[in-house]
Design a protein around this ligand. Structure first.
Ligand SMILES: *Cc1c(COP(=O)(O)O)cnc(C)c1O
Length: 395
């Protein structure tokens, strides 16, 4: 295998795309696949397509393909809904596994929706529950016998800093807590081995490094030995053992399917299925090495060219995911000026310019070119242009 595999993607001309950590690019064949599903399957087959085009098993087929990228065995990954919902389900199931404990432990670097879902769950079930969110570096010490569940995002969305999945999971288990990993910035970015981690649950989204397109479905992993006992909050009919018996009493499927909720998003799943072809034969260790090399080059180039920017990501490649962030007081305006010149990254409040590196379609020449354009924006203060000062709804 060789990286990058740019020929597998429809990349717009004149753009260096450093935001694949937020929304992946369009894989070749995705549009055709969507048209085929719409015109042939939906259009012609209509409701028969659930059987004739096997829509009904698409969620689990796609789940198995995601499983291969995160070290999870076939049948252990369910797809559907959004990541926020999968966080809620994993948390609710984990709390049921430790009924005598009242603490959810996360960290204050986590993506806000993960914390919001915890807060919402607590207010739904019982006000006695407590969410603790210390600084990421203090999490390990905060894992005590009071903790029911530790819920962390492996790669920090803002800085790229990683938690040590193995060490934290072991610590959680040593005090009897359940472990949930959010792999939003891990799946397709760093090698993950869910089986080796021994964590009970993992969740993630597919529109970032997996290129499933805006709003593509999320995934949830449950450790195979737990699958038949996990209590699925949001007990929907697609998680029922036999949905078409139309039984009035919920009886969960004896598989990860019990973590499904309602009708799957077939169009998005089909596009995601197509997108996952780009991962066939990719060696995740090789991808990781390429990712670290791209990030290292970017740090070196930007530090040499733009002393005004401060590195906000770990310098050591082993300590970060596949993104590099720089702090800059005028980060929002500078990012707008950069995007205007064809280098697309994004901005995260309060002052972070964030750049994702995706070895499937970014190479060393792209990185150097992006740094040169950034140097022009910073050195010549191109960001001062008034048109870059007004914030859009999405940053
Ligand atoms: C991107 C991301 C989300 C987004 O959740 P959605 O429900 O898909 O909008 C949630 N958590 C983390 C850690 C993320 O990085």
């Amino acid at each position: 295998m060789t990286l990058p595999r740019k020929e597998l993607f429809d990349l717009p001309k004149g753009v260096i795309y450093l935001d694949g950590n937020s929304l992946g690019v369009l894989p070749k064949g995705a549009a055709e696949r969507a048209v085929q599903v719409i015109s042939n399957e939906w259009g012609q087959e209509l409701i028969r397509a659930w059987n004739t085009a096997d829509w009904i098993s698409l969620p689990s087929r796609v789940g198995d393909r995601i499983g291969q990228l995160i070290g999870a065995p076939a049948g252990s990954v369910a797809t559907g809904d959004t990541l926020s919902i999968k966080v809620y389900q994993a948390l609710a199931a984990a709390l049921k596994m430790r009924p005598d404990r009242k603490v959810i432990l996360s960290d204050n670097g986590n993506f806000p929706t993960d914390l919001y879902m915890a807060q919402g769950l607590i207010s739904t079930i019982d006000k006695d529950y407590e969410l603790r969110a210390p600084a990421p570096e203090d999490v390990a010490d905060a894992i005590t016998k009071e903790v029911a569940v530790v819920m962390l995002t492996q790669v920090d969305y803002r800085t790229g800093r990683t938690h040590d999945m193995q060490a934290i999971t072991e610590k959680a288990h040593s005090v009897g807590a359940v472990m949930i990993w959010d792999l939003a910035h891990s799946a397709g970015a760093v090698p993950v081995d869910m089986t080796a981690s021994n964590a009970e649950f993992a969740v993630g989204c597919t529109y970032k490094y997996l290129n499933g397109g805006p709003g593509s479905p999320a995934f949830i992993y449950a450790r195979p030995d737990l699958v038949e006992t996990v209590e699925p909050a949001l007990a929907g009919w697609m998680g029922h053992e036999a949905p078409f018996e139309m039984d009035l009493k919920y009886r969960p499927a004896m598989s990860t399917e019990r973590l499904r909720v309602g009708t799957p998003p077939i169009l998005q799943l089909a596009v995601l299925d197509q997108a996952l072809n780009a991962w066939d034969g990719v060696d995740m260790q090789e991808l990781r090495a390429a990712s670290i090399a791209l990030c290292d080059t970017f740090i070196a180039e930007v530090e040499a060219r733009c002393p005004q920017l401060t590195l906000a990501s770990p310098r050591d490649g082993a300590q970060r995911g596949s993104q590099i962030s720089f702090g800059f007081e005028h980060g929002y305006a500078a990012m707008q000026a950069l995007i205007d010149r064809g280098v697309i990254g994004d901005f995260r409040a309060p002052n972070i310019m964030r750049f994702g590196f995706t070895p499937l379609y970014i190479d060393q020449a792209d990185v150097v070119e992006a740094a040169k354009i950034l140097e022009d924006v910073i050195t010549n203060e191109l960001w001062r242009d008034p048109k870059y000062q007004t914030k859009s709804r999405v940053t």
